[in-house]
Design a protein around this ligand. Structure first.
Ligand SMILES: CC(C)(COP(=O)(O)OP(=O)(O)OC[C@H]1O[C@@H](n2cnc3c(N)ncnc32)[C@H](O)[C@@H]1OP(=O)(O)O)[C@@H](O)C(=O)NCCC(=O)NCCS
Length: 144
């Protein structure tokens, strides 16, 4: 298994399959994907991309920290889940986030994925909220 920096466009297929199934691929192009401080990581098994995550320099007003990163588009293909790949992506991301003078990583976590985020050290903050067409979410964060 290898973790590498990848381009935004490399993430679209896995985002589509795992996060927006049945929706056009364009729905998987996220705002800020191409910004300079954004970075995308991918885990490769047998040279095939099987897990992705994207990190954006983006502030959430819930937190006082002036500089923050946001995690989006975290997904692992079904055959490769629960093998520690997302954890590895996060492990590679933390030093990059710190190098960019940020100490907080936050995400809008799907309710179903909150167990995963808690396992890798994120905490919930606030009440459950709904994102249209996707479902219930929690704001979660981790200090890095
Ligand atoms: C959530 C998701 C990204 C996790 O990816 P993954 O590569 O399977 O995660 P990892 O194997 O690195 O898991 C790390 C730890 O979390 C645990 N974990 C994984 N999924 C979990 C879950 N749903 N609930 C509780 N714990 C979970 C793993 O067992 C592992 O624990 P361990 O290190 O103690 O053994 C993956 O299940 C997925 O793609 N889900 C569908 C898309 C999605 O919902 N993405 C999140 C959008 S907010």
């Amino acid at each position: 298994m290898k973790v590498l920096r990848i381009n935004a466009s490399d993430t679209y297929e896995i985002r589509n399959q795992m996060l927006r199934p049945g929706l056009p691929i364009e729905s998987c192009h996220f705002e800020r994907d191409e910004e300079e401080q954004t970075f995308h990581l991918g885990a490769f098994v047998d040279n095939k991309l099987v897990s992705v995550a994207s990190f954006y320099f983006e502030k959430n007003g819930t937190f006082d920290d002036p500089y923050q990163y946001r995690l989006r588009g975290m997904a692992t293909l079904p055959d490769h889940q629960k093998k520690g790949l997302s954890r590895e992506l996060l492990k590679m991301a933390f030093p990059i986030i710190k190098q960019n003078m940020c100490s907080l990583l936050w995400c809008n976590a799907r309710e179903k994925a909150t167990g995963f985020y808690q396992t890798v050290g994120f905490e919930k903050i606030g009440e459950e909220f709904d994102i249209q067409d996707i479902g219930p979410h929690y704001l979660m964060f981790k200090r890095v």
